[in-house]
Design a protein around this ligand. Sequence first.
Ligand SMILES: *Cc1c(COP(=O)(O)O)cnc(C)c1O
Length: 379
Amino acid sequence: MKFATKAIHAGVKPDESTGAIMTPIYQTSTYVQDGIGNHKGYAYSRTSNPTRHALEKNIAALENAKYGACFGSGLAAIDCVIKMLKPGDEVISTNDLYGGTYRLFKTIFEKYGIVFHFISMNDPSAVRSVVNEHTKLIWVETPTNPMMNIIDISAMSQIARSCGAWLGVDNTFATPYLQTPIELGADIVMHSATKYLGGHSDVVMGALVTSNEEIAAEMYRIQNSSGAITAPMDAFLVLRGIKTLHLRMQRHCENGERIARFLKGHERVDKVYWPGFEDHPNHEVAKQQMRGFGGMLSFSLKGNRIEDAYEIVKKVEIFALAESLGGVESLIGHPATMTHASIPKEEREKSGIVDSLIRLSVGIEDAEDLINDLEQALK
Ligand SMILES: *Cc1c(COP(=O)(O)O)cnc(C)c1O
């Protein structure tokens, strides 16, 4: 089955008892058993719930993976991955990781004896130099936030294979519509379904998928044992959101490209970070591993004044000033004071997050309206 058909049908079949075409919201904690241990596949909703189960199968199918599991948030999904490790194990990750992931690694798991290395992954040889016999996981995010760096998933998978580690990819920004890391050698793919999968800014949820049986067994054991599950209502909303994922992503890509090109030609704009530009440092890798360049981009202003950035995020009328991304509506953010405020200025600027940097999550409104909105704000 092709992507659009899977988005609508995978994991979903008409309800057997009523014929309802939409997966019902099974708002139940438990299930009646005919006799001890004799049930219809569901015994308790922490362990398994039919609405959640349909969504888990759907997301796994979209990622071309065998197994899926959904969690109460993207971070709860990553929490599950790190709980597969033990004290002394080492993780290699990117230095421009999503802030919440960095905080989870540093402030929660470091004290349980897991060792984390944060390095630039633009050059695979830098990763090879950190690998040792304790390396158990390489954790990649691509494109990265907010600099839109692209990491070569196949190259990372070769490094992981060579040292017997797993490769995990946070595929939140690209979505399976644009990038399927399992096919590029990843062992685990993670989503903040809060973003594009849900797509309507009305749910917080996370997901993991894998085709590796050993990882799947651990994933379900931890999901059930730690209990960071998602609710049936939220599973229903994300199932519904995914039915239009391909259409939304198409428009996100089209609008993203038009806005990137508009900004690049604007006299007040200094740099535009969008992997679709030929002069993006990893454009070739992006072209190879992605089927489009998405709706996320960042830009900086000439003169690099923070007041100018403040004025623009205030002046926009359609773009809403907010955290998060991936919804149908366009959002604007200022990384230096919002998502990346906890990183010291010097560190921040080294990775390109200057005072005038503005991040856009381009929605699926009319592109002309969005461009006019930016135009008037930049005046
Ligand atoms: C939002 C986000 C997360 C965290 O997901 P939550 O659903 O907010 O817990 C992780 N990674 C990326 C890239 C994100 O954008």
